[in-house]
Design a protein around this ligand. Structure first.
Ligand SMILES: [Zn+2]
Ligand SMILES: [Zn+2]
Ligand SMILES: [Zn+2]
Length: 348
């Protein structure tokens, strides 16, 4: 079926061409304390924290060194642990574990140190929304607070969270930069005509001396992009003509862990497969401090807490079939680490 308005030229000289999707430089007013924002392209600016902020140390009741009894591993426990370990390895025979002769069980303790840092960082960017009649909280209501004075509701400590807040008194109203306040823009596909040239007959209306069936001999077709209207609704203001611009503050809370071990010679000499503390990092105290210095340049350290865990370890020396061997029993679950185990072939 043909539409009656198929041939109507919709060109309106008053309709604007589509403008940029982001406000051009200089379009937005300057807000005191946020002058570094020049363009409205939504680029986030990191707000460095004021230098006068000193985090309060957490008064942890457990800060004193606890008097922990390190459980000792008996010969029976050491043998059971080895039997369990051997049972999981199908190439190992349980015979040596059952018949070995213990020579010495040497217990010692390694310390796992954990440092948790809870930081807050803030960044700001221009945002906008269509003006649908809402109140505009602009500088007439007062001066905008600096980034680190904007009130936010804090999450529980040591939880990761992000909060977006509108900076008070930073809003103002502007005609939409994309449609110049018209709410609609000229269709670029048909240049506002509502019609495009027929692609089948190249605009002639006929091909091979026959009337073009696609355009019914008109040589033109209704524009598919604007449905023949010659214009499109503005996608930036949704047709509301005006935009409210404001500075949006993004507050990010982040918890980071740093681990280190004292007495770490064992771990370096015997790299362990499947050890529960895979993510242990051998950070020295100096490295931790450097890490924190790095944080404090772009964020506030709200709180730090530290923990020391004791990891019991027993070095077991034994003899089997006239040869000496050793293995380790470690952790509260009595896991086993060994590099050499008497071969099953030699004893069968
Ligand atoms: Zn045609
Ligand atoms: Zn069009
Ligand atoms: Zn618009």
């Amino acid at each position: 079926m043909e539409d009656k308005d198929e041939d109507t030229d919709t060109f309106d000289p008053n309709l604007p061409e589509e403008g940029p999707s982001a406000p051009p430089p200089g379009w937005l007013d300057s807000v005191t304390g946020y002058e570094e924002h020049t363009g409205g392209d939504g680029t986030d600016q990191i707000c460095p924290p004021p230098p006068d902020f000193v985090p309060k140390p957490e008064n942890d009741k457990n800060a004193s060194v606890p008097n922990v009894m390190v459980p000792t591993v008996s010969e029976d426990v050491a043998r059971d642990a080895l039997l369990q370990f051997v049972g999981k390895k199908w190439t190992y025979s349980s015979k040596p574990a059952k018949n070995l002769i213990f020579k010495e069980l040497k217990p010692f303790t390694v310390y796992r140190y954990r440092l948790e840092t809870f930081t807050e960082s803030r960044s700001s960017a221009w945002e906008s929304e269509p003006h649908t009649g809402q109140c505009v909280d602009g500088p007439q209501n007062g001066v905008s607070p600096p980034p680190w004075n904007v009130q936010v509701s804090y999450p529980p400590k040591f939880t990761n969270a992000v909060q977006k807040v509108r900076v008070p008194h930073s809003s103002f109203l502007k005609p939409c930069h994309r449609c110049h306040g018209n709410g609609k823009v000229r269709c670029t596909h048909c240049r506002g005509r509502g019609l495009t040239r027929c692609m089948f007959c190249h605009g002639s209306g006929h091909s091979r001396n026959r009337r073009c069936t696609t355009c019914h001999g008109r040589g033109r077709k209704r524009c598919v992009s604007c449905h023949g209207k010659g214009y499109k609704g503005c996608l930036t203001c949704n047709g509301y003509r005006n935009l409210v611009h404001f500075i949006q503050l993004t507050v990010t809370w982040c918890e980071t862990d740093v681990f280190s071990l004292s007495h770490n010679a064992f771990w370096q000499v015997y790299p362990i497969e499947g050890f529960p503390d895979q993510d242990i990092c051998y950070a020295s105290k100096g490295a931790i401090q450097n890490h924190l210095l790095k944080y404090s340049a772009v964020s506030r350290i709200l709180q730090q807490r530290q923990m020391i865990e004791l990891v019991p370890l027993t070095h077991v020396y034994y003899a089997y079939s006239g040869k000496d061997y050793d293995y380790f029993v470690f952790g509260r679950e009595n896991k086993v680490h060994t590099t050499i185990y008497p071969s099953s072939c030699s004893i069968l």
